[in-house]
Write a protein that binds this ligand. Structure first.
Ligand code: P6P
Length: 340
């Protein structure tokens, strides 16, 4: 007897049926994200074969060279949603301000924030990259969404997820009812349910994931934390292994499946760290908490942070609860010098 094949479409319909009041609008958003993911996956897979690698002459709001695939992914997602009638406004990590829904299209009650191709600086080396998305409900009174609808704390998200363009293309999402993972079967062009109810192992594997190249800029507490994790302080009989891809979605996906710790702290050079709150940390934190893990900025739950600006950055620490407690204990034990 072959196991029933659950496509993402069937899964979304079955999840929607659990909520009689559902209008199907959120389901439509998830369908459209799956379509955008397939289009981006096709280009990422072929990137080495056609001249879509390399860079454009443009830079994004962070001054980072915009790669052709970044631009392509940004446009694919915009076009997948601009006519949907489900969104009132969008925002992209690659665009400075709110992205209005074109006047010729109707608007809806949802808000989409997305990082079209996170980790794209790794593309030329065929390192996994990802798309990250975050969905909120409209909260402003304006007919077409505004910045107020975009600057919402993470606990108000109605859905979040990522697409990992790795050895396989996976779409992982949550609507607050657990975390579900789908693997793209390119032979039929369908995302098939491969990871029902992802739960982060706790404590999970003794893995820590951080860019130690920034050690020079860390305070004493973070240097001591990593020394402890490596067993250099003589207080950890079972040293952790270091795994760091340098592509957030890949590092987070591993941590969701294996457990461990990932952190990108603030330092003297960048007191708020490198990762963006709205486009990366908040959607990732929703997934991590839904899978039984924890995600903080070192002091607060990521999902509780009230955003002040669209592209603000935040330190990010995430992992299984026991390892997060270990991290917090060691950081608290060492008096921290001022970051500046
Ligand atoms: P670093 C990729 O550029 C990214 O935004 C995330 O995907 C990744 O976690 C981080 O930056 C890596 O930064 O400084 O370690 O290269």
């Amino acid at each position: 007897m072959t196991r029933s094949v659950v496509t993402i479409d069937r899964h979304i319909i079955e999840m929607e049926r659990r909520f009689p009041e559902a209008t199907g609008a959120l389901s439509n958003l998830l369908y459209d994200m799956a379509l955008a993911a397939k289009l981006i996956a096709r280009e990422v897979r072929q990137a080495g074969l056609v001249d879509i690698l390399g860079t454009t002459d443009k830079v994004n709001v962070y001054g980072e060279q915009l790669k052709k695939l970044d631009e392509y992914a940004h446009d694919v997602i915009f076009r997948a949603f601009d006519h949907s009638g489900v969104l009132c406004v969008m925002a992209s990590e690659e665009a400075e301000g709110p992205i209005a829904i074109p006047e010729r299209f109707p608007v809806g009650k949802y808000v989409l924030l997305y990082d079209p191709l996170d980790g794209s600086s790794n593309i030329d080396a065929n390192v996994p990259v990802g798309t990250i998305f975050s969905i909120h409900r409209k909260v402003s009174d304006a007919e077409r969404g505004t910045l107020e609808d975009l600057l919402q704390p993470g606990f108000r998200q109605v859905a979040a997820g990522y697409v990992l363009y790795g050895a396989a293309t996976m779409l992982v999402y949550t609507t607050g009812q657990g975390v579900y993972g789908f693997t793209l079967d390119p032979s039929i062009g369908e995302f098939l349910l491969s990871h029902p109810e992802i739960r982060m192992p706790s404590p999970g594997e003794r893995i820590y994931s951080v860019n130690e190249g920034n050690t020079l800029h860390w305070d004493a507490a973070h240097r001591r934390l990593v020394d402890h994790l490596k067993g250099l302080d003589g207080a950890n009989p079972k040293p952790f292994s270091l795994r760091y891809v340098g592509s957030l979605v890949a590092d987070v996906h591993r941590t969701l499946l294996y457990g461990g710790l990932f952190f990108y702290p603030g330092d003297r050079k960048n007191p708020q760290g490198k990762l963006r709150l709205l486009f990366e940390a908040a959607p990732i934190a929703f997934l991590v908490e839904q899978a039984g893990g924890r995600a903080t900025d070192g002091r607060r739950r990521i999902l509780d942070i009230e955003p002040e600006s669209l592209h603000q950055r935040t330190p990010l620490y995430l992992g299984s609860p026991p390892y997060m407690e270990l991290l917090e204990r060691v950081l608290a034990e060492t008096p921290t010098e001022a970051m500046a």
